[in-house]
Design a protein around this ligand. Structure first.
Ligand SMILES: Nc1ncnc2c1ncn2[C@@H]1O[C@H](COP(=O)(O)OP(=O)(O)O)[C@@H](O)[C@H]1O
Ligand SMILES: [Mg+2]
Length: 282
């Protein structure tokens, strides 16, 4: 045998090596048994890309989130962070590649089935029903309560009530229980949206820009809340606000132009020239 197999098959993009992602290579679902990757990773993507009119918004050879991890994804505007969540949650169909979650290939599944499998998502703009009270918003978010008219008329069980009270306590909204959501502060709305997400007990939470537009105090409270949630959920938190990311103190993945540029602590990222260039270069 003459030629060695090339150890880096990304010949189409020679300017970009994927060394930041090398640690994921031993777990490629296409190459190892399902038990091997799924015992380590709750989420794994392989060869995942999406193009919009020829423009690759996301292009990630391999990447994963371990069970129980709180991972922060940062990156400049337009880096592909939200699109990554769209691909994982089934809102957008991938152009190439696969998404594996909880031991299964979920690439072809539709958004509602993926949500039922336990991937919960908080969008950049929190989705909250303004005219309903804080309590009613959570009542509606209970699993199986899609038909809101029926559900606001029916009597909730004692268990459901307790569950809602417990979550309101956790996110510091007990005093706002009967207030219409429209009278909540922006921070409180974010917490309500997060509450609505966790009430159905998802395994993986995708939280897109939870600190956008919040006061400093609300930002701190949000970071603390996410850390609390990380005790019993796996979380992917997308954020722009560096003070917030610092407070979370977790491993950070940097996306830029749809690719993973680097991974490590925030301190490491701040001394990484490529990362700093991506942030300052626009
Ligand atoms: N549905 C879409 N159609 C066309 N272009 C899109 C669509 N969704 C995202 N994009 C483009 O993909 C890129 C990444 O966007 P996005 O994921 O929202 O970035 P981020 O969340 O990191 O700011 C942007 O250039 C954006 O304009
Ligand atoms: Mg975004």
């Amino acid at each position: 045998m003459s030629a060695e197999p090339a150890n880096e098959s990304e010949e189409s993009a020679p300017e970009h090596d994927h060394s930041a992602l090398s640690k994921y290579r031993n777990f490629l679902p296409s190459e190892v048994q399902q038990e091997i990757w799924s015992s380590e990773f709750l989420l794994f993507v392989e060869g995942l890309s999406v193009s919009f009119d020829g423009f690759k918004a996301v292009d990630i050879p391999h990447f994963g989130i371990r069970h129980g991890e709180l991972r922060v994804i940062i990156g400049p505007n337009g880096a592909g962070k939200t699109t990554f969540c769209d691909l994982v949650s089934g809102k957008t169909a991938a152009s190439t590649g696969k998404v594996y979650y909880d031991g299964k290939n979920i690439t072809q599944m539709d958004e509602s089935d993926i949500a039922l499998m336990g991937i919960g998502r908080k969008f950049q703009t929190p989705t909250v029903f303004d005219s309903l009270s804080t309590y009613e918003n959570l009542l509606l978010a209970l699993p199986g309560n899609q038909h809101w008219q029926d559900n606001l008329l029916k009597r909730e069980s004692g268990d459901e009530k307790n569950k809602i009270f417990e979550i309101l306590e956790k996110v510091n909204l007990s005093d706002c229980r009967d207030m219409p959501a429209k009278s909540l502060s922006h921070g409180q709305r974010q917490w309500l949206a997060i509450s609505a997400l966790i009430i159905s007990k998802p395994k993986l939470l995708l939280v897109d820009e939870p600190a956008a537009g919040l006061t400093d105090q609300e930002t701190e409270r949000t970071a603390d809340l996410l850390m609390e949630l990380a005790e019993d959920h796996t979380l992917v938190v997308i954020e722009h606000d560096m003070d917030f990311v610092r407070r979370l103190g977790q491993k950070v993945t940097v996306l830029n132009e749809g690719r993973v540029l680097a991974e490590g602590s925030l301190d490491e990222m701040e001394t990484n020239e490529e990362v700093m260039e991506a942030y300052l270069g626009r």
